[in-house]
Design a protein around this ligand. Sequence first.
Ligand code: PAF
Length: 275
Amino acid sequence: MSSIARKLRRENKTVGFVPTMGALHEGHLSLIAEARQMSDVVIVSIFVNPTQFNEKEDFTKYPRDLTADAALLTDYQVDYVFAPEAQEIYGENFSTYVYVENLTETLEGAARPGHFRGVSTVVTILFNTIRPDFAFFGQKDAQQVAVIKRLTRDLGFETEIVVLPTIREESGLAMSSRNTLLSPDERQGASIIYQGLRDAKIAFREGERNALKLADIVRQKIETEPFARIDYVAVVDSETLAPVDKIGDAQVLIAVAARFGLVRLIDNIIINRKQ
Ligand code: PAF
């Protein structure tokens, strides 16, 4: 991959990079389609990164199907699929990790200790290997987006981070590789997350500016679904992830994590004054 990337740079080709863990769905495909629009060469990585899983069972259960993924990509004019083995990324005696302070202790970071250290480390390795002009991420993983933007700035990568909207199933459930692990009833029930977020957005549009009240609207809606176990509903600044009391001019995220059976799902919406 390094030597291909070097050759592409010599040829002055712009490179669009979509990092994934496979089990590709329409969310990934929307990133790939945008990468295709913006870049001469599109590279997709498929790597279930062991260091970002804090539970071994979550790692082993994570859906993997390289053949199905490759078949899906044939319609998308992807130039290279980079699907390394773990030892190619983490060589013998691997000891260097990237840790982004402040943004990684709360929300997903609190629920999944070490998760963002794993994400930041693998993204750094992939960016160093590929040196993309553009890298594409989905808004569904809002905290990951904030962390990657921070590390890109802090470590001086010349990669532009492009963030695209969450793609949803017809029910409103955010597309996620983990959705395939839900039972049909849980999958149906999980659409309650988006219904809660939508209710909060409506309340915001109607003038509600109190963060606690907006979070309560989301929480109450989700609690109507017997399958749901809420982990958190948080109202935070979308860049710093600091909790917000009152919605002002800064862009704010309402972020949710909830369990349906054994599957933990996250989702969020952005609200700001212009809406
Ligand atoms: O969002 C993901 O799929 C992963 O966290 C990423 C960015 C590919 C790093 O492993």
